[in-house]
Write a protein that binds this ligand. Structure first.
Ligand SMILES: *[C@@H]1O[C@H](CO)[C@@H](O)[C@H](O)[C@H]1NC(C)=O
Ligand SMILES: *[C@@H]1O[C@H](CO)[C@@H](O)[C@H](O)[C@H]1NC(C)=O
Ligand SMILES: *[C@@H]1O[C@H](CO)[C@@H](O)[C@H](O)[C@H]1NC(C)=O
Length: 449
């Protein structure tokens, strides 16, 4: 990885001024120290081993593990309900649920994985409600309700009816049959597990008035009174698609619900970031967006087979049976353990590709910047320094920490301290450039007050 020039010793202040004058508005990400956004949200993950305590607990606590989604997808030792019973898979889900409880994490149960439609079902896939017949699905739901009750799994849990039904990989039956299945499942679960929240629809496609999965779903739930308690969807598409971004997708969801006259409950992105975005820079970019919208997000898991349930969705790797952290885990570690205090208002660059998350701790400001697979020169603009009791002009010593990345399987230690640069400022605003010379390395800036 290439270090950003500015933070190496000996760069003249004149060069900084020259760069600033060349920044365009689309390249500026800002912090406003005068606007307190309260306590950070911090929501993360998916992908823990079948066997409890297989990964040392420091890897969970160190990255702020607090949300887990699982359903025993692709669990190699046991298949789902439609292939002769889900006993082995249910034991696996129970183990994952207990891991979540061990760390006070919330749990989302992907019910369709227990059913057996986890992407590996192939032509043997059976889908509930064919020809209006729910006999087998009722047997499954009855067993599931009984097992959830028997194992204390009726709190700190959300029931996700079907994962990505808008992809034939997971639902290879008519769309109308999915809508009928949704209604059937919600009515059954609300009658038999009252108070346990329902999550969905977890479409791969983003909310839009031109997406018939969304419009059909919303008319269905409105007519039947089967709205989910929490709306979930996935943002794992192209990094250059403006809709594949909370900044557009969250307002799109609000406006879609408004257009159907439906209430606006909690939203969760239960799978976020495409595989190329699983690196320090993109992780910071996603964190900045989730914090801005006060939303929970669970990282997508791009591993498969047994690896799907290991490695904390690709934040760790291992040598033999010894786990180690990669560079992206180090970003979550900094986020969870160093970025304490209260959030302050931030804005991303108007080209949508650079963002930051900022907190004011005890006499220290910490700002984590992140680009979405982008290179180029951006600017960080920190406004209203006087809100911290600092003078409106003067100089500030800024420490830079570099988060490097050598792939999902590459071990990285704590971020590198690149040292201190003294910046002069005036007009109550401190600005300096971010030299993004590769698409994955990212930076945290810290200063005391
Ligand atoms: C899966 O099966 C293998 C081989 O029998 C066994 O070693 C492993 O412990 C099993 N995993 C779980 C989670 O039961
Ligand atoms: C997020 O929460 C903060 C603090 O409560 C609030 O000021 C801000 O408006 C919220 N943002 C959104 C997008 O709702
Ligand atoms: C914060 O900074 C902005 C832009 O510099 C300014 O317009 C605003 O009045 C400031 N807010 C406070 C509370 O000083």
């Amino acid at each position: 990885m290439i270090a950003p020039l500015l933070f190496l010793a000996g760069v003249a202040a004149a060069a900084v001024v020259d760069l600033e004058s060349r920044q365009s508005a689309s390249q500026i990400t800002t912090v406003d120290l005068s606007v307190n956004w309260g306590t950070p949200v911090r929501r993360i993950l998916y992908g823990v081993p079948n066997i409890k305590n297989q990964i040392p607990s420091s890897f969970y606590t160190g990255m702020g593990f607090n949300y887990l989604s699982a359903g025993a997808a692709q669990f190699v030792n046991a298949t789902g309900w439609i292939f002769g019973g889900y006993t082995g898979r249910f034991q696996d889900v129970l183990s994952n649920f207990q891991t979540a409880r061990q760390f006070n994490a919330q749990f989302i149960l992907k019910m369709s994985d227990l059913w057996g439609t986890d992407g590996t079902q192939g032509s043997g896939g059976v889908y509930p409600g064919a020809n209006g017949d729910f006999t087998e699905y009722n047997a499954y739901l009855t067993q599931l309700v009984s097992d959830l009750k028997a194992n204390g799994m009726t709190s700190n849990i959300k029931l996700l009816i079907w994962n990505e039904p808008d992809l034939t990989t997971f639902w290879n039956a008519p769309q109308s049959q999915y809508f009928a299945t949704w209604n059937h499942a919600v009515q059954f679960l609300r009658a038999n597990l009252p108070g346990v929240p329902i999550a969905g629809p977890s479409f791969a496609g983003m909310p839009s008035s031109s997406n018939t999965w969304w419009t059909g779903f919303l008319s269905t739930v409105k007519a039947a009174g089967t709205e989910p308690d929490v709306y979930t969807w996935h943002l794992e598409g192209s990094s250059t698609d403006p809709n594949n971004d909370l900044q557009n997708s969250q307002p799109a969801m609000v406006s879609l619900l408004n257009s159907f006259g439906l209430p606006i409950p909690e939203f969760i992105i239960d799978e976020y970031a495409n595989v190329n975005e699983q690196n320090p820079a993109s992780a910071a970019w996603w964190i900045a967006r989730f914090e801005r919208f006060n939303m929970s997000g669970l990282r997508g898991n791009w591993l498969s087979g047994a690896n799907l349930q290991d490695f904390l969705a690709g934040l760790l790797w291992k040598s033999g049976s010894t786990y180690f952290a990669n560079g992206e885990w180090q970003v979550y570690n900094y986020y969870a353990t160093s970025m304490t205090g209260f959030r302050v208002a931030t804005t991303g660059s108007t080209d949508r590709l650079m963002d930051n998350f900022a907190v004011v701790g005890t006499n220290i400001v910490r700002i984590l910047v992140g680009g979405r697979l982008v290179t180029g020169t951006y600017e960080l603009q920190i406004k209203n320094l006087s809100a911290l009791g600092l003078a409106t002009s003067g100089s500030i010593s800024v420490t830079t920490r570099q988060f490097s990345f050598s792939g999902t399987e590459g071990q990285e230690g704590a971020p590198t301290n690149l040292g201190v640069v003294v910046h002069t400022y005036s007009g109550n605003v401190l600005s300096f450039p971010i030299f993004q010379t590769d698409t994955v390395t990212t930076w945290a800036f810290e200063f005391s007050f």
